[in-house]
Design a protein around this ligand. Structure first.
Ligand SMILES: *Cc1c(COP(=O)(O)O)cnc(C)c1O
Length: 380
């Protein structure tokens, strides 16, 4: 089966991991801060806080921004469930802003009109969490203008988008947001096995996320209440989890980071080949917004004909196609909370026709040609 996404592990990755395994620290050593520093520098942000996965990072970002009971977070319905779940895990309410039918990202127009209505009802969100679907940035400048006007904070779910750009600057620079979060799950652009990171230009937010990542405990004298009692001393200032990334994972991340630009370039080659090869087929190819350069985490197409049959036929031919995403409000858990997918008609329509084709840097020309041929046959 040709999978829809796959990691690449090189000899250099293996050596980087082995080196940490032979060192003094498997966790809480020097490699995680190095990874954080290099990743922040890559994105052009002042700070980066690594964690055990992107779900944890999204949660830490929301907690650090003070999201809690009586607050609201709005996100996209066309995402992995974690983007919405973090609001509920903070005890807040969640709601969904329908997607733009061209980009499949949160619609800025829908956001603007929902904000106008929420203002009248005094139900404005504390946080808006846009998701850079398939690796293509949302229109962050427009969302930031709305944030100025309505007074909400912005957390970017950039799980798909590391290595992508918006207005000629790297996603994660946080020029138009408070925090941006990346995932290092193996299907994403670079991997640490499991792992996530949050970038920000706000040093207080970075401190809060780091504090909550490790039980709410500090060893920094300047942050303590009263005086330190000695070198052994620490204080718990808040209630947090253990959401730390290990040194082993960070070493893999640092090694993979060196190939990030090459990976994104290769993903663009694959996308261009799909664009050419599928040009005459009755499908809609992923639209590329001129303000953004996608990292091409996914290559999602829309098929007019019976999606289920085409999907099944491709799987039977050994093509590991996938579907991204079932609208979150259609999930039983969200249905029980009273959500209806029909409130996000664009997300539902998109979902019903969506197929993600295999997209990963080590996909060979022969494999890609097989994907295209099988799709041609399935569409006949
Ligand atoms: C993968 C993903 C997540 C969760 O990332 P983990 O690192 O697996 O926790 C969240 N949001 C989106 C959009 C994702 O694709």
């Amino acid at each position: 089966m040709i999978p829809y996404g796959r990691q690449e592990i090189t000899a250099a990755d293996l050596e980087a991991v082995a080196e940490v395994l032979r060192s003094d620290f498997l966790t809480q050593g020097p490699v995680v801060p190095m990874f954080e520093e290099q990743l922040a520098a890559y994105c052009g942000a002042s700070h980066a806080v690594a964690s055990s996965n992107a779900t944890a990072s999204l949660y830490l970002a929301c907690r650090a921004l003070g999201l809690g009971p009586n607050d609201r977070l709005w996100t996209s319905p066309n995402t992995f469930v974690a983007s919405a779940n973090v609001a509920l895990l903070c005890g807040a309410e969640v709601d969904f802003v329908d997607i733009d039918p061209a980009t499949y990202n949160m619609s800025v127009e829908a956001l603007a009109s929902k904000l106008e209505q929420a203002k009248r009802e005094s139900r404005l969100p504390k946080i808006v969490l846009p998701v850079h679907f398939a690796g293509q940035s949302c229109d962050m400048q427009a969302i930031a203008e709305l944030a100025q006007h309505y007074g909400f904070r912005i957390v970017e779910d950039a799980s798909h988008a590391i290595g992508g750009s918006y207005l000629n600057a790297k996603v994660g620079n946080c020029r138009f947001s408070d925090v941006a979060v990346f995932s290092f799950h193996p299907v994403k652009i670079i991997t640490t096995g499991e792992g996530g990171i949050a970038t920000t230009n706000d040093s207080e937010l970075a401190y809060r996320m780091a504090l909550l990542r490790s039980h709410g405990i500090t060893r920094d004298d300047s942050r303590m209440q009263g005086d330190s009692e000695g070198p052994w001393y620490y204080q718990q200032l808040d209630i947090g989890f253990n959401f730390r990334l290990t040194e082993i994972q960070a070493a893999l991340g640092l090694s993979q980071l060196k190939r990030l630009d090459a990976y994104v370039a290769r993903r663009h080659e694959i996308a261009q080949q799909y664009d050419r090869r599928l040009a005459s087929l009755p499908i809609i190819k992923p639209y590329q917004c001129p303000k953004a350069r996608s990292s091409y985490h996914l290559y999602p197409i829309q098929v007019e004909a019976n999606r289920s049959r085409i999907f099944k036929q491709l799987r039977e031919a050994g093509i590991g196609v996938n579907v991204h995403y079932i609208p979150v409000p259609a999930q039983p858990y969200y249905q029980h909370l009273g959500f209806r997918a029909s409130d996000c008609p664009n997300a539902v329509k998109y979902y019903e026709h969506a197929i993600s084709l295999p997209m990963f840097p080590t996909l060979t020309e022969e494999q890609q040609e097989k994907v295209c041929r099988c799709l041609e046959v399935a569409l006949q």
